[in-house]
Design a protein around this ligand. Sequence first.
Ligand SMILES: Nc1ncnc2c1ncn2[C@@H]1O[C@H](COP(=O)(O)OP(=O)(O)OP(=O)(O)O)[C@@H](O)[C@H]1O
Ligand SMILES: [Mg+2]
Length: 347
Amino acid sequence: MTEIEAWRQRRHESSESAFTRLSLLGASPIFRETLRVIERIADVDATVLIQGDTGTGKELAARALHYLSRRREFPFIPVNCGALPDNLLESELFGHERGAFTDAKSSSRGLVAQAEGGTLLLDEVEAMSPRAQVVLLRFLQDHTYRPVGGRQVANSDLRIVASSNIDLEGMVRRGEFRRDLLFRLSILNVTMPPLCERGRDVVLLAEHFLDRFATQYERSRKRLHARSIAWLLSHDWPGNIRELENLMLREFLLADGEVIRIGAAQLADAEADCARIDADETFKSAKARAIAEFEKNYLRHLLTEACGNVSLAARISQKDRSTLNKLVKKHGLASDRFRTGSPRNPR
Ligand SMILES: Nc1ncnc2c1ncn2[C@@H]1O[C@H](COP(=O)(O)OP(=O)(O)OP(=O)(O)O)[C@@H](O)[C@H]1O
Ligand SMILES: [Mg+2]
């Protein structure tokens, strides 16, 4: 192995362990390619724009960029751009001197100074007001700034990473985002793939979350029913990994046994229960039990399909909404247990 190959190998191993430490998990080719890009650009100091749908792991990717860079010993400071008020923008970013404005009882370091030496993540950069965009553009030009009420111009040494879940190019075309700012931000680019394009990563991630919850809640581990796996693979995950994480937490907390049943797995149970007839049971009670079990499992399946939306469930099942509500109550099924985001295949 040549020296450069050995160096590459060492570097790759350190990235692998950083990705694992940050729980940035996934084995699908599309995701591995994203990790390769992160690994390659982590130590380059240029500005990075991370784009991807909601919940795809943009913030984790930004952390990975930071912890793989030479700046890792310095702070990583995330800023939610949507929450920066226009009137306090410069003060939040660049800090202020004592008495700079009415409420400035003491001087304060801004976010840029807090991130000195490290990485400043401009999260949800698409939410920046036109004025904020101008302020940021000016700062990006030479990384100098002046605290509000201060005389001295300060130099900053930090790396800027921005993230957006809206296509900024489209916003530029619609006149909602400055083109010159987009150029400055997107010197390097990372695109987080949606979960539905990541194949079996959904199963790997679901199992990772179940393991994590077992440790966190000090409960026994739970596993996925084979049909739950099929369901996970068929769902389109509009809320991506965050949606999966929330669903797994709810299923983990509510599951009776050690097997997690979602979607078709619940129906499979229903079929099995309905088929079971006790030898000494009367026809009448066996029928009543089978109907009750059928109703309960039909409703579970229906509410899963409709993501807990009773009106939609009523339309799908062609039952009257209030009758359906009564049935849901009778079987002790709270419809909000089934809320996972947007309904699957609404008909
Ligand atoms: N590859 C991954 N492996 C394990 N967990 C992940 C992965 N990517 C994201 N997560 C988890 O999913 C959740 C959402 O991730 P994150 O906050 O980074 O997404 P985001 O793209 O910034 O979301 P948003 O657009 O809503 O801000 C977090 O709890 C995060 O820990
Ligand atoms: Mg985020």
